[in-house]
Design a binder for this molecule. Sequence first.
Ligand SMILES: *[C@@H]1O[C@H](CO)[C@@H](O)[C@H](O)[C@H]1NC(C)=O
Ligand SMILES: *[C@@H]1O[C@H](CO)[C@@H](O)[C@H](O)[C@H]1NC(C)=O
Ligand SMILES: *[C@@H]1O[C@H](CO)[C@@H](O)[C@H](O)[C@H]1NC(C)=O
Length: 401
Amino acid sequence: MGLGALVIADLVLAFSRASASTLYVASYGGTVSTLSLSGNALVSKSVNTHCGSASNHAPTWLKLDKTNKVLYCLGEDRLINSFKTSVDGALSFIDQKATIKGPVSSIFFNDNVAIALAHYDGSSISTWSKSPSGTIAPIQNITFTPATSGLNPDRQAAPHEHEAILDPISHFLLFPDLGADLVRVFSFNLSTSLLSAHDPLKAALGSSLRHAVFWSPETPYTQGIPLFFFLIAELSNAITSYSVTYPKSGGLAFTEVQKVTTFGGKPVPSTAAAAGIVVSPDNKFILNSNRMDYSFITASPDPTNSTEIASNSIAVWKPNAIGILEFPNAIGILEFVQLALAGGTGPRYFSFNAAGDIVSVGLQLSENVAIIKRDVKTGKLGDIVANLAGGGAITNVIWDQ
Ligand SMILES: *[C@@H]1O[C@H](CO)[C@@H](O)[C@H](O)[C@H]1NC(C)=O
Ligand SMILES: *[C@@H]1O[C@H](CO)[C@@H](O)[C@H](O)[C@H]1NC(C)=O
Ligand SMILES: *[C@@H]1O[C@H](CO)[C@@H](O)[C@H](O)[C@H]1NC(C)=O
């Protein structure tokens, strides 16, 4: 054995000595699975089938209330469910309510007493109160009338809310609308959690907005320092960034500062459909996922199958955190770092572990969860260190750490 092999063996040993991490994975196959990651071993500890059935296109989205150890799961065919988490991974049912059709994303707001949902099919947003024990009660439904502005007749015949986002001072909820090319903006009443609409952000027509993140050069954000909003669009495969301010008159003000393709200057394949966007835990990098681009080839997630599979990609970006005297507007400008392997096809959603040295990717089309190692210093993604196949069409994957 050469020295190189020894060093690698030591590294593998060191990696596997780390304590096990827990992940929750939602799948259109009708399951919410609790996975345990220990070194290179990714194993299923528990499978729950109560978030909605496969025939109803569910489950679609997970949100963990760590304080109260309650997992909220959306069933795309009109359900919100809550489950108590446990040390052994089993999820026990707490509550279920019928929602408007097509919930695809959620966010906690108003000091963790309420949850807001974005409804794709139902052209709506809805809000619900949540108790520490995990019970859910309706607060408000808001349905938008069909847009006439959408350019793509297949995807934009109606408003399609695609994500629920909370701003960094927890005063506003934002909902990128894939059908209407708007980001809808709402404030909320602190005693009732009821929403009030403000002027939306109007994006380029035909963009098909999907997800977005806030970012500021200092974290946690305090009012007065520069603030940016990075908005990813599925059909235009673009990330548009905006400088954001809080006008005294209310609402949010957006000024466009940059637009990049989600492939970082590489040609955008005609089939590509950008999906997720996430900030790294150290606030230094921003990653987006690309679907249907077939930029890479990788090993089959099924270890018994030697045929390699096509893989979509994840792009890594570095937002510039330092203002230069001559170029004060350089803050927030995205610098392309890497186009990396996503570990399969259909990377609809992905998330970082707390240390930021691993990214878990939920792959809807190749139906696997890929665990990818990440260099925290350079921000670059590396090898797939673990893989779990056979969970159905994966829609969401989050960590419980
Ligand atoms: C919103 O609509 C859902 C589905 O019809 C319903 O269950 C819920 O009670 C409604 N919420 C309110 C506040 O009326
Ligand atoms: C919030 O709602 C309560 C109850 O309806 C109302 O009394 C209060 O004025 C509202 N607050 C604001 C800031 O609008
Ligand atoms: C192996 O993987 C290839 C590519 O995904 C697939 O077409 C083939 O059916 C798989 N073979 C078996 C035995 O599962």
